[in-house]
Write a protein that binds this ligand. Structure first.
Ligand SMILES: [Zn+2]
Length: 429
């Protein structure tokens, strides 16, 4: 995976002029990546120290950094790099996972890959800003921010989620208006649809994007969709449902009783097909379904959500569509939440840059997050160590301390060291 990242960094065109080229762009990129990967703002400082004292260091052995640049040099080297130049590692890794069959269990309804597209703000400030910031003025104060549309692959019942390449929501060349999430989704779909087999992807989004232009765009690019569909924003669709409720059999229902370990839940699925997405004559007809979960004894409602989809629905398929639609919460939980609150040190002290730095750093951070997810999926040693050091925090604390004091020739040596010192034994079979 690191080789894939290095290759992309080495292909970035040199933006410096003159002879003073001591550090390579690849070293700057891999250096910043290592900080996110180790979840340690001080990782490079420790490794410079180790280099001075021992003549070798872990940034070199574990991440392939030939010479460790200073934070200031990293900032200057990465700032002019367009984030689009770092898209390839996401797809290189995706392709190798897919070709090796590792993604086979990661499928949702109808055997399709589920990809959630969600916008998120990853930076805001009243002072620090760059020309690519989004600017808002409220109460005579100026707010600067950066937004990104994350594309994340997930599957029902699976804990790991995988980042695909992000689309930044940022002023676009030749457009006067501020960029928005809708446009970012459109660019992402148009840019990437061809990477997938026709009709092998189902796109998931929130209610905000459950509208005809997006559905038509997805159909044009041979992608399915399951989009959260609320009554407030889909009046015509819910008026039709209201009428259908009076026609016997027009809305199908399926009830499943489930024991949750403490009490019985009643899962009520309802669905209808060929309902209008909007209220004019050119409306697209879609399938609609909802799930309501109640406590059987008290009748208390525990969960409710509804979706619009192009998948045809029957007793079996509606369960799959709902499970797939619901897997989007994991992207919030496992994706955004982990990125923001679990030690990736996004802000760190690299600063914001004057061109693309904040976007380049976020891209490297997402790659670190992706690499962790993939190790979790594919490496038995990593899985065993992570299981033993149950919390994320303990695992990374140990990693930070070990690499500060000891030199490891490779990841294999580092993980084997942890594995052995924790007295872990191979699982039978
Ligand atoms: Zn900015």
């Amino acid at each position: 995976m690191l080789a894939v990242l290095r290759d992309s960094l080495e292909e970035v065109p040199e933006h410096r002029t003159g002879q003073n080229i001591r550090y390579s762009l690849a070293d700057a990129g891999l250096g910043a990546f290592s900080v996110f990967y180790m979840q340690s703002p001080s990782f490079l400082a420790y490794q410079r120290d180790m280099q001075r004292k021992k003549g070798q260091n872990n940034a070199h052995s574990l991440f392939g950094v030939e010479q460790i640049p200073s934070d200031g040099q990293i900032r200057n080297l990465l700032d002019p790099i367009e984030p689009a130049q770092l898209r390839e590692p996401f797809w290189g890794i995706y392709r190798s996972l897919e070709q090796s069959g590792q993604l086979d269990p990661y499928r949702g309804v109808g055997g399709t890959y589920l990809i959630s597209l969600d916008g998120s703000q990853y930076f805001s400030s009243q002072e620090i800003h760059c020309p690519n910031c989004r600017v808002a003025v409220r109460d005579e104060k100026t707010y600067y921010s950066h937004l990104v549309m994350l594309a994340v692959l997930s599957a029902p019942g699976k804990t790991q989620v995988f980042c695909l390449d992000p689309e930044f929501i940022t002023p676009q060349d030749g457009h006067e208006k501020q960029d928005c999430e809708q446009q970012a989704i459109k660019r992402w779909v148009e840019r990437n649809a061809e990477r997938f087999e026709p009709w092998q992807v189902t796109i998931l989004t929130d209610d905000l994007h459950c509208h005809q232009p997006l559905c038509e765009l997805l159909q044009k690019h041979e992608m399915h969709f399951i989009l959260t569909c609320k009554p407030e924003s889909h009046q015509a669709l819910y008026e039709e449902l209201f009428l259908l409720e009076r026609v016997e059999g027009a809305i199908s229902t399926k009830v499943v009783r489930k024991w949750n370990g403490r009490y019985h839940e009643s899962w009520v699925y309802r669905w209808a097909e060929h309902v209008p997405l909007r209220g004019d004559s050119k409306t697209l007809l879609v399938s609609w379904c909802e799930l309501t979960i109640r406590n059987e004894a008290t009748d208390e409602q525990l969960y409710h959500c509804a979706w619009a989809t192009d998948h045809l629905l029957d007793e079996q398929r509606v369960v799959e569509v709902v499970a797939s639609g619901r897997s989007r919460w994991k992207v919030e939980n496992e994706g955004f939440n982990v990125l923001k609150n679990h030690g990736y040190h996004f802000e760190h002290n690299y600063g914001h840059g004057q061109q693309y730095l904040s976007m380049v750093l976020l891209t490297l951070l997402l790659l670190a997050f992706l690499f962790h997810s993939i190790l979790d999926l594919t490496s038995l040693t990593y899985q065993a160590v992570r299981r033993e050091l149950a919390t994320r925090r303990t695992f990374f604390n140990d990693l930070r301390a070990l690499t500060r004091y000891l030199y490891f020739r490779s990841w294999q040596e580092l993980l084997s060291f942890m594995y052995q010192r924790l007295d872990l034994v191979p699982e039978p079979g």
